[in-house]
Design a protein around this ligand. Structure first.
Ligand SMILES: [Zn+2]
Length: 203
């Protein structure tokens, strides 16, 4: 497939970035371990379900390197069967002891769901609807209580993280069993975009 215009430029940027990454990989903090070591396998110490938002790159905000994090990213950090399966895979295969659902301030997926709940903006496609419908149960009760839009967004982001934590904990017999019988834990956290700080919920 031949790429043109901005797509071709974007691909070139990625290629250049990867070349820089390869050239610097011994020196850059985020890539402490050499690439060649990765072929021996992986033992990620945490699985992170985070939003796709470009301002919240998981490895960078936690300052972790190659092989450290098992990352699942989807708009709105929602839990569908493939996210459950990904966490099951990390927990069962690599004995990853911690699962973090990482939401963030100003989440566009949560904001779009608020628009939908308030009847302003229905999702335009089946794909977008699949995300909004998973966030909606967390937003609904708040939309009736909170009138201030920015407060509603802030509280809905937290409620959506808690809902995803609950869906991971209880949406899989395997995860439920590992939480009960091993040291596996599922926790929620919020990344604050203006400050770069991660706040873990209930911890
Ligand atoms: Zn987001």
């Amino acid at each position: 497939m031949k790429l043109e215009g901005r797509a071709a430029e974007a691909l070139a940027r990625l290629e250049e970035g990867n070349a820089r990454f390869l050239a610097q990989q011994q020196a850059v903090e985020i890539c402490r371990r050499p690439v060649a070591q990765m072929q021996d396998g992986q033992e990620p110490f945490a699985a992170i379900l985070s939003c796709s938002d470009s301002r919240v790159p998981t490895e960078i905000v936690f300052d972790q390197g190659l092989g450290d994090l098992f990352v699942i990213r989807v708009a709105g950090n929602v839990v569908s069967p493939s996210q459950v399966g990904s966490v099951e895979f990390a927990a069962a295969r690599f004995h990853t002891p911690l699962v973090v659902v990482l939401g963030h301030s100003g989440c566009g997926a949560v904001a779009a769901t608020i628009d939908h709940v308030l009847g302003q903006d229905p999702p335009e496609t089946d794909g977008l609807r699949a995300i909004v419908e998973r966030i909606e149960p967390a937003v609904h009760p708040l939309a009736e209580l909170v009138t201030d839009r920015s407060e509603l967004l802030e509280r809905a982001v937290v409620a959506n993280v808690r809902a995803s934590v609950s869906r991971l904990e209880h949406g899989s017999a395997l995860i439920e069993r590992l939480v009960a019988t091993t040291d596996l834990a599922v926790v929620g956290a919020i990344y604050d975009i203006p400050t770069g700080r991660v706040r873990f919920l209930d911890h």
